[in-house]
Write a new protein. Structure first.
Length: 199
């Protein structure tokens, strides 16, 4: 299923049936390398690469305010982090059974972020932390619910080999929202993200 706008697009393949019970049982252990590098499923920006993306966003903040342009190298690193974080989160949250690649690579949950051409919205960039706060408040509540539904799904997969479809759709929606806000918070795009789980 494809979704999103021209600026941020998602390519998602739903995987609710015939799930791998063994890798599901050990998912927290199997996820440790990705947790250390990009974290997943719990925070907007954390892990080693997440901390680096945060520093790049801070440097980009100054660059955009003074020049109106986002340095391409800093933008590329932030975009790679968002893609990697989305794939790792999909794996950690049991949305996919395939182990995600380290860095960029093909995966059944992919995110594409388009580099912003032209002058950036300096006011939006300057006030980005303030603008993103309402999303963070809502996302914190959604992430708590998502964690609970993932625990339910973990048991469902272990006992039935299936991820309940309603919970699966909710998880994909929260991850979609998280990715849009993360891209906005890291200054990759200036469009204000919608308050929506939908496409």
């Amino acid at each position: 299923m494809d979704s999103g706008s021209a600026a941020i697009t998602f390519a998602t393949e739903f995987q609710t049936k015939a799930r791998n019970r063994l890798t599901t049982a050990f998912r927290p252990i199997l996820s440790i390398p990705h947790l250390l590098l990009v974290d997943s499923f719990t925070n907007l920006v954390s892990g080693v690469l997440g901390a680096l993306a945060g520093v790049c966003a801070l440097l980009s903040w100054f660059a955009i305010l003074f020049t109106g342009k986002h340095p391409r190298g800093l933008w590329d690193l932030g975009a790679m982090f968002v893609r990697w974080h989305a794939r790792a989160s999909a794996y950690m949250a049991l949305l996919r059974d395939e182990y995600p690649p380290f860095g960029d690579g093909a995966y059944p949950f992919n995110v594409s972020v388009e580099y912003p051409e032209g002058a950036r919205d300096r006011l939006s960039v300057g006030l980005r932390l303030l603008y993103v706060l309402p999303h963070i408040v809502v996302l914190l509540a959604l992430l708590v619910v998502w964690l609970a539904t993932t625990v339910i799904a973990w048991f469902a997969i272990l006992f039935t080999g299936r991820y309940p479809e309603g919970l699966y759709g909710f998880g994909v929606g929260v991850l979609r929202w998280l990715v849009r806000v993360e891209a906005y918070a890291l200054l990759l795009r200036d469009e204000y993200p919608p308050f929506s789980l939908g496409e």
